[in-house]
Write a protein that binds this ligand. Structure first.
Ligand SMILES: [Fe+2]
Length: 252
């Protein structure tokens, strides 16, 4: 029997977070990424008769890990977390670092360390499916705030996205795209903006974004090929351009 392609379900929590549930239909199993709270995810698993086979964490912020304990109490499964966050996260079963692999059911992830937002931040890259679960590193038309790392680290982390296949789908944790679009529009109205993305492309992006959000649909996953042409933080050509943008965005 031919196997069904796995899919990702987005479970909205809090104001603007998504928990990602990766579903392996053939075996009625699922993985969960960054459960900031447990109840909605747990309910989703029960409603769909799914067995939890693993929880992956990208970084130690509470809106990404707050629900782990209750979730695995109700649905026992191994927890995989970044090695560099061992002290902050505490309870996990496997600690992962750059280049390591995580094999769970039909999924085979490569771990990418992407410091900047936090020092220990990792992303999980599934090369066969071309899915990237990147936590708070990159957002639609934006990027994560730099809380722990340096501008250089955050800039270098963004450069790594550009080496992935252009058809990559980016599952970022927050629905920030509309707020970031306002930033992009402000940027294109500046007299001396160092970053000028493709304005027609940005207009198309804005139209699609508005129609999706009006129907209450997420803007996630992002298409890497599109973000490459319009996301000012990916268009920044140097650490200084990137820092200028990040500082400007922080003031908004
Ligand atoms: Fe975060």
């Amino acid at each position: 029997m031919a196997s069904t392609r796995p899919r990702v379900e987005l479970i909205p929590i809090f104001e603007d977070n998504y928990v990602f549930c990766l579903i392996d239909h053939d075996n009625q199993e699922a993985l969960v990424i960054d459960p900031g709270e447990a109840s909605k995810t747990s309910q989703f698993l029960k409603d769909n008769g799914l067995k939890l086979t693993g929880v992956l964490l990208t970084h130690h912020h509470n809106d990404h890990i707050g629900g782990v304990r209750s979730l695995v109490t109700e649905h026992p499964a191994p927890v995989i977390a970044p090695k560099k966050n061992k002290t902050q996260i505490g309870a996990a079963d496997t600690w992962v670092a750059e280049g390591e692999r995580v094999q769970l059911g039909p999924f085979n992830f490569e771990v990418l360390e992407l410091p900047g937002h936090t020092l220990g931040h990792v992303a999980y890259w599934e090369p066969k499916l071309k899915w990237l679960f990147s936590g708070d590193v990159l957002f639609g038309l934006g990027c994560g705030r730099i809380f722990e790392g340096t501008y250089e680290q955050a800039y270098e982390s963004l450069q790594r996205f550009k080496k992935l296949p252009m058809e990559t789908l980016i599952y970022c944790t927050h629905e920030y795209t509309e707020a970031n679009l306002n930033f992009c529009n402000m940027l294109s109205n500046l007299d001396n903006s160092p970053i000028t993305g493709d304005s027609e492309e940005l207009e198309m992006y804005a139209n699609q974004l508005h129609s999706r959000r009006e129907m209450d649909l997420p803007s996630v996953p992002l298409k890497l090929s599109v973000e490459m042409r319009v996301n000012p933080f990916l268009l920044a050509k140097s650490v200084s351009q990137f820092s200028y943008l990040r500082d400007l965005r922080n003031k908004q």
